[in-house]
Structures are given as C-alpha cells and as structure tokens.
Design a protein around this ligand. Structure first.
Ligand code: GLY
Length: 370
C-alpha cells in the first residue's frame, strides 16, 4: 500500500492517479484542503509567471499545462460532475505594463519566450483595453500569453475528494506524528489526532511506500529543504465577471494578479512573505493587494470583499519541486511546489505513476543531497 501524507491538490492528485493505476492507496491529513490549496488562485500560467532564471520551471509548467485539459475532463467525469464543474478556462493571461521600464521588461520577456518557441503577442495599450475594457487607462501595453489557463482549485480539490471516494480510497483524518522507520527504510506512518481531535484512526499505518505531500509542513517529517512562503489572497465578488481572462502586472515593483471565475468571483493575489508558519491575514496585506489591484483595474473597489485568506507555499532553494525518491528506501517526495502546486499537480502525479520519465531529473530530490 502507498500512504499519501497530505490532502492538498498535490497529494490528492497523486492519490487519484496512483489509485487509478491499480495501487492500493490511503490518504492521511487532519484537515484535507485546508492548506495552500485553499488559498490558491489556480493560475495555470507557466508562460506569464516565468522569470529568466527559471527555464527548467517553465519546462515543467508547460508539460503540466499540456496535461491539464485531459486531467480536468477525466477528473470531472470520475467525480460525477459536468464538464464545466472545475471552472477550467484556457483564455490566456494578459501581462500589462504602465511605464516605459515595464514595457521594456515585457519586451525582454517576449523575446525570451519567443527564443523558447512559446507563443506570446505584444499588444498596445489600446489593444489591451479592447480585450479587457475594465483595465486602467494608464496601461501602456501588454503581453498576451494565449496558451495560459486557470482553474478553481477548491472545485478541483472537491472533485478529487469525490473521485477518491468513488474509488474507495480511505481518507484518514489524523495528523502524522512521524514516519515509521526500520532496517528497510520508511515503513509507514505513526498517527496522532487531527485538528479537531480527529478519529477514529489507527495508531500506525504500515505502507510499502510513503508519499510525502505535506507542502510547507513536509520538513517536520523528513530532511527536505522546504520553507513556508506566506501568500495572502483576496476574493472579491461581483454580479458578473469583471475580466475575461487573468490579468497580471507589476505595481510598485510587486507583481499582482487578478483571476476571474465564471460566477463573478475575482481572486486577487498574492503577497509573498517569509515569516515562517504565520497564517494571519494582515491589514497591510489587504491594503497592498487592493491598492495594486486598483492600479490595474480601478473598478475592483466597487466589488464586495468576500474573503481574505493566507496560505503557506512550500518554497525550495531553487524554486523547483521535489518529486521522486526521498533519500530513504520507501519514501517518495511530492512537495516543494512553491507557487505552482495547482499547475504542477497533473505532472507530479504522472511522475509518481511513472507515466512521465523524461522530466524526472529536473525534480529529483537528490539534487540537494550533496
Ligand atoms: N501562483 C501564484 C502564487 O503563488 O501566488
């Protein structure tokens, strides 16, 4: 049996695909979908979110994005939902610029993308506003990544839970105190109560393999170079969608993005704060997000502020995930996805089932062993 430690989008996706491949699987999490997945915006934007130094991440993101349409369709069907149930949309991301410096930076990005063979379109300010009439008049130009997509992570997680239930995969709502280790390596997990007391749960779960997918908390159970990177995010609500696609921009030197949902929700994200395991939402976080979002789309201030939430991304030293053998027999890692857990979930699952091999070296945890 495989025990998956962690019931976020990565752990649940891994559990779903491993169970589908015929392996007996159990998921352990005291409160599934309460971590980074609950806070995530769901951008599937490997092109517009990439930076110059992150070509390997772009390769992983592009490969996972290519898997998303089939992953979403199959997941919706297996969860017994309709095809639009995950709010998966592939209408691109528009990166906008205000000043000459921003425009020059977008031009450099466009050249880099084109060198890599990726499709991007340079747009004037007027063309940007034709696509997105709610954009600020001060937007001077933009870059459209037409292949980028997005999805509602909470709907994805709910569908994964439903699909796992249909497959009969047990969900143990308990905390993992420690990994069980013996002469043969990792042999299972020792359990403790969940957040609300949990139970009933066994004291131990024996497993052939343990897949550690505990996000920012992974370092409590094994030697993994993962640190929490806090992200605060806002959910705004309007009677109808304000934007037709994801919009991003740099404001006051900080990136801000707006992700529209079909039901009129608009997600604004996200802060990036290195404060350890701190999940407080702060006045400053809300202020900065709203201030910067208003620069891009002035109309956001009219919307209802429905929710503010903070999550902890699992950051790694090189911003690449840790997927594969975890340095101890019986231990597999599926963690360290930092800003890309939702995007990289299908690829992560494919790497764990062996369906994808070529990209495995880029994510191999052994790269930090030395
Ligand atoms: N992927 C966007 C974020 O982590 O904020």
């Amino acid at each position: 049996m495989d025990v998956i430690v962690g019931g976020g989008v990565v752990g649940l996706s891994a559990a779903w695909r491993l169970a589908r491949s015929g392996r007996p699987v159990t998921v352990v999490d005291p409160a599934p979908v309460s971590g980074a997945t609950h806070a995530a915006a769901g951008m599937l934007a490997p092109v517009s979110e990439v930076t110059f130094t992150e070509e390997p991440l772009l390769r992983l993101g592009a490969a996972s994005l290519a898997r998303w349409p089939a992953f979403a369709a199959e997941l919706a069907a297996e969860a017994g939902l309709g095809s639009g149930a995950l709010d998966y949309r592939a209408d691109g991301t528009l990166d906008v610029a205000f000043g000459a410096d921003d425009l020059a930076a977008l031009e450099e990005t466009a050249a880099f993308m084109e060198k890599l063979g990726l499709r991007v379109e340079r747009l004037s300010g007027r063309e940007c506003r034709r696509l997105e009439p709610m954009l600020a008049p001060s937007v001077r130009g933009g870059l459209l990544a037409p292949g980028d997509a997005w999805v509602d992570p909470r709907r994805v997680a709910a569908a994964l839970l439903a699909a796992l239930e249909r497959l009969g995969v047990p969900m143990v709502r308990a905390r993992v105190r420690e990994l069980l280790r013996g002469d043969e390596g990792v042999q299972g997990v020792r359990l403790g109560p969940g957040e609300a007391g949990g139970g009933p749960y066994p004291e131990e779960l024996r497993a052939e393999r343990v897949v550690l997918a505990a996000g920012a908390w992974s370092g409590a159970l094994a030697e993994v170079p993962v640190r929490p990177v806090k992200g605060q995010i806002l959910r705004l609500r309007s009677p109808r969608p304000l934007l037709g696609r994801c919009v991003r921009g740099m404001v006051h030197g900080l990136p801000v993005y707006l992700v529209p949902r079909g039901d009129g929700e608009l997600v604004v994200g996200a802060t990036q704060e290195e404060l350890g395991f701190d999940t407080r939402v702060t006045a400053g976080g809300v202020y900065e997000l709203l201030r910067d979002a208003r620069e891009l789309v002035p109309g956001v201030t009219e919307l209802e502020l429905a929710e503010v939430v903070a999550g902890l991304r699992p950051g790694t030293p090189d911003n690449l995930p840790l997927i594969g053998p975890g340095g101890e027999p019986g231990l597999l890692l599926a963690t360290g996805h930092h800003r890309g857990g939702v995007l990289l979930a299908p690829l992560t699952a494919a790497l764990l089932t062996g369906e994808e091999e070529e990209l495995a070296p880029l994510c191999a945890p052994g790269r930090f062993a030395a």
